[in-house]
Design a protein. Structure first.
Length: 295
């Protein structure tokens, strides 16, 4: 379902190069294995590599700029980062004012299972392209995803052994359950406007893509779960089920914040501590103090 022929696809195309103090930011795009092009930012330190690399995937409320600040911080520490934009989420929920026809088309796109599969394939393609860069240490590649991005990361953890560690923020272990019950704006739009038969097909197909089916096969890759105590869309039991179902090694931290982790710098620092420990073997004191693993 997530396989593709790499040899038929082109590599990174640089749209613009932006020099910064100690690193460069490249506005790039690359060919999707499914169709179309993937827009992304690539951050590369100016020092001599090889460097560890990360792929970021934003939540449904975000875009490729969501982790821009964090990517800059990591670039100064010697990390290459790739910030991907999910194609079918561009401008979601904003078409209603443009007319009924356009709005209906947007809802249909958000409920297109092939678009979900395509996003996972786009991320896998990003891993391939990163690993081919001479500046990248292909044995030290990580994934960071938030919300629906974390759900896609959960799928990747069970099918792509090139990624050494996964950081899943406010992740949905069961996207199908979120679509059925959550008050998330996208879920409510799809429930409210998709015809009943089309909605039933969407949910039944989505159940096969629930991340909980895949994280149990993540080992030997590690998974670091970050959850919000005040999450508007993910209950504590749902979060714990996602964590408990994952293979080891794994860890979990709870934060006093909301689903989008607003004003939660602690989570950012903990992610960096986790990455440093996974890639260098150096234990971060902050992570030791703030992380609690369930027994």
């Amino acid at each position: 379902m997530f396989e593709f022929k790499e040899e038929t696809l082109s590599g990174f195309e640089v749209i613009k190069s932006i020099p910064k103090d100690g690193f460069h930011i490249f506005d790039i795009k690359y060919e999707s294995p499914f169709k179309g092009e993937v827009s992304a930012y690539l951050f590369v330190p100016d020092k001599i590599g090889p460097f560890p690399a990360l792929i970021f995937m934003h939540p449904s409320q975000g875009n490729r700029k969501t982790f821009f600040h964090e990517a800059q911080l990591l670039a100064t520490k010697g990390y290459i980062t790739l910030l991907i934009e999910a194609q079918y989420l561009r401008g979601n929920g904003q078409q209603k004012s443009r007319g009924k026809k356009e709005f209906t088309k947007t809802i249909e796109e958000m409920a297109d299972i092939q678009k979900y599969i395509q996003t996972v394939m786009d991320i896998r393609r990003g891993v391939t392209l990163l690993s081919k860069l001479r500046e990248v240490d292909e044995t030290r590649i990580a994934f960071v995803g938030h919300g629906i991005g974390a759900a896609w990361g959960g799928i990747l953890s069970g099918i792509d052994n090139r990624i050494k560690t996964f950081i899943l923020i406010s992740g949905y272990g069961k996207v199908s359950e979120m679509q059925l019950t959550s008050e998330h704006p996208i879920a409510m739009l799809i429930r409210g406007f998709l015809p009943p038969e089309r909605y039933e097909y969407f949910i039944s197909s989505l159940k096969k893509l629930d991340a909980c089916h895949y994280v149990k096969n993540a080992s030997p890759a590690s998974i670091y779960f970050q959850f919000a105590q005040n999450d508007e869309y993910i209950g504590r039991e749902q979060a714990l089920a996602f964590y408990i179902g994952a293979s080891s090694p794994k860890n979990i931290t709870w934060y006093d914040t909301n689903h989008l982790f607003s004003n939660c710098e602690t989570a950012l620092f903990d992610r960096h501590e986790w990455l440093d420990e996974e890639f260098t073997g150096q234990n971060g004191m902050f992570l030791k103090e703030s992380t609690t693993e369930l027994k």
